[in-house]
Design a protein around this ligand. Structure first.
Ligand code: ATP
Length: 593
């Protein structure tokens, strides 16, 4: 937004959704059949944008590092993985159902409603259809009683199907008025119908693997990419030259049967995740090897990982790394952080920070970075009965030098920590002692730090941040609102537009095609020879293209040899124009991408 005032969030989202469709960023899935709830397709520009984000993440997380390797696992896996991980039993949102329409809403997503509660003992229609249950519906302030009744009849009819007959003939029985409410979360935000009690709703999408399609063949579309990393941990460890601390990262599709998909692609039922599992030594192992565990304090140096880092420093390090990543793609100034409180945290988690981003509809989670202890690998070790331990020679050697008193002191410290746990059961003493026995021999199940980001949310955040409108007034005083997507050049779907000044001058066109051919093997470019040059710039501004190259008569040397084979490069955001020799053009652009 150019002006200081904040735009109306709903209008802003409508503009973004409409631009995304018009310019081929994002389309509703199955649109010609009326859509498919919570599922979105990416058009030509959206596909390029997503690819750029995916590549940027992959480069930052693995290619640029020596301590992270990649994985590309399948969406379908043995359902035992989802049982062991806890997803079958607990991957659920609490949902509530509208008593009028059976529409579901996530219990924590109910916006507070105001109005007066109207009650009916039931409803019936001349077809003989009957609804034999108490209905409570909220009539909103300013809603006329007759239009309210009509609305309720329509909602009942659409839920009942043909058997209820015509909506206008439905009779609402024994109407009474009860309390006025001002901020109640007990009514469906769309229908006003009273909501039932909260019930867990498992978010995993079920499917069958194999042709018999019996209950024994049930499996799930993965609700996160992380579990495949844990399940393949040992294979990666055994087949790559990695040593703890190291990470495995993966990008891929995930599926969740979200109760209320909403806010465009923000909460979808099919989406892409970019996850890293970074495996670290338990703090006790660090203490034995390094003689201490570096404590976190504000301003601690996070630039280079150190051997004495425990989970806290590693967690902070990844929050810092991920923040730097967001800064590198132009989201640095719209981030906030929510540190989960001990009450928010899952019982196994030691810390979790949500990186939040400012969207038009509010400040919401973009990525979660959790310190998950050894929970996941231990769960798979127990369920599969395959050891997930690593052997650490340095640890074994360092432990061999400890006196029995020093060993006992470590055990006592851990026992005290178990007793001080806020959530979950303390580990029994016998188990603690057995764990230390393995540790002193150099064996442990690694702990993990998990930065988990959503690609679709990232793409939406980038589009929302880039969205801008400017008003342009031409020579005749006619004003027009122009949309500009101010993408960071690194993620922009098209990096450069190439324009011959005129399309009916073969020499200009030939030169422009030559420039286009030169650039397009190195970056995504767009060649355009139709309409005025101003129109072509505007089209590319709307697509978020940071640079435009114009080939004019000067390029052909018509104004003299000094401008021969030079082009004009226009910068989208500053409108600055530079005259650059074609021989230097590629390097000039590459330095800015
Ligand atoms: P939320 O609280 O918003 O439902 P979550 O905490 O369940 O998210 P995680 O399980 O931590 O999310 O998933 C990691 C990341 O995956 C999220 O930060 C988000 O970017 C992305 N993600 C999760 N669910 C969805 C979804 N339904 N649609 C799009 N992206 C999602």
């Amino acid at each position: 937004m150019s002006a200081d005032t904040k735009p109306d969030p709903i209008a802003q989202m409508e503009k973004i959704v409409s631009l995304c469709k018009r310019r081929g960023f994002i389309y509703q899935s199955s649109e010609i059949y009326g859509g498919c709830g919570g599922v979105w397709d990416y058009g030509p520009l959206g596909a390029e944008l997503k690819r750029n984000l995916r590549d940027a993440w992959w480069k930052a997380m693995t290619r640029d590092r020596e301590d992270v390797v990649g994985l590309d696992a399948c969406i379908l896996m043995n359902p035992a993985i989802w049982k062991a991980s806890g997803h079958v039993d607990t991957f659920a949102d609490l949902m509530r159902e509208c008593s009028l329409t059976n529409k579901r809403v996530r219990a924590d997503h109910v916006e507070p409603q105001a109005g007066v509660i109207m009650n009916y003992t039931g409803a019936e229609s001349p077809t003989g259809w009957k609804l034999d249950r108490v209905l409570s519906v909220l009539i909103k302030k300013g809603e006329h009683i007759e239009s309210f009744r009509k609305r309720v009849r329509l909602l009942i009819a659409s839920n009942a199907g043909d058997s209820a007959g015509k909506p206008e003939e439905i009779v609402l029985l024994n109407e009474t008025k009860s309390d006025e409410v001002t901020a109640s979360v007990d009514f469906h935000p769309e229908t006003g119908g009273a909501l039932g009690a909260a019930r867990p709703f498992n978010l995993m999408l079920k499917t069958y693997l194999g042709p018999t399609a019996t209950e024994a063949d049930v499996t799930y579309l993965r609700p996160e990419t992380a579990q495949a990393i844990f399940a393949q941990f040992k294979n990666v460890l055994d087949s790559s030259r990695v040593k703890v601390p190291f990470g495995i990262c993966q990008i891929g599709k995930a599926f969740r049967n979200e109760v209320t998909p909403k806010n465009f692609t923000f909460r979808s039922r099919e989406f892409e995740q970019m996850e890293l599992e970074f495996f670290i030594k338990p703090d006790e192992a660090v203490e034995i090897i390094s003689g201490e565990v570096a404590a976190w304090s504000e301003g601690a140096d996070l630039t280079e990982p150190q051997p004495n880092w425990g989970w806290q420093m590693w967690h902070r390090y990844w929050v810092d790394q991920r923040t730097k990543f967001y800064q590198s793609i132009g989201l640095g100034d719209v981030l906030e952080y929510y540190w989960q409180t001990p009450e928010d945290l899952a019982h196994y988690a030691r810390a979790c920070v949500d990186i939040l981003c400012e969207f038009p509809f509010g400040t919401e989670e973009l990525e979660g970075i959790a310190a998950r202890g050894a929970f996941d690998l231990t769960a798979h070790q127990n369920a599969s009965t395959k050891s997930q331990e690593v052997f650490d020679e340095d640890l074994k050697n360092a432990a061999a030098k400890l006196t029995p008193e020093q060993k006992e002191a470590l055990i006592q410290k851990r026992l005290a920590a178990e007793q001080a746990k806020v959530k979950g059961e303390p580990m029994p003493e016998a188990e603690v002692r057995a764990w230390f026995e393995r540790l002193f021999k150099g064996n442990y199940v690694p702990h993990v730090i998990e930065p988990s980001a959503g690609l679709d949310r990232m793409a939406l955040a980038i589009i929302a941040k880039a969205f801008d409108e400017t008003v342009k007034t031409d020579d005749k005083g006619k004003s027009e609102t122009i949309t500009v997507l101010r993408f960071h050049p690194r993620v922009a779907p098209i990096k450069c537009g190439v324009f011959p000044l005129l399309k009916n001058k073969p020499e200009l066109v030939a030169k422009a095609r030559e420039v286009y051919a030169l650039l397009k093997t190195h970056m995504n470019c767009f060649y355009d020879e139709t309409a005025s040059i101003g129109r072509r710039y505007a089209r590319q501004d709307e697509a978020g293209t940071p640079f435009g190259v114009t080939i004019d008569f000067d390029t052909l040397g018509e104004k003299g040899p000094e401008l021969l084979n030079t082009v004009t490069v226009r910068e989208r955001d500053s409108n600055a124009q530079h005259r650059i020799p074609i021989s230097e053009l590629l390097g000039w652009l590459q330095a800015r991408l």
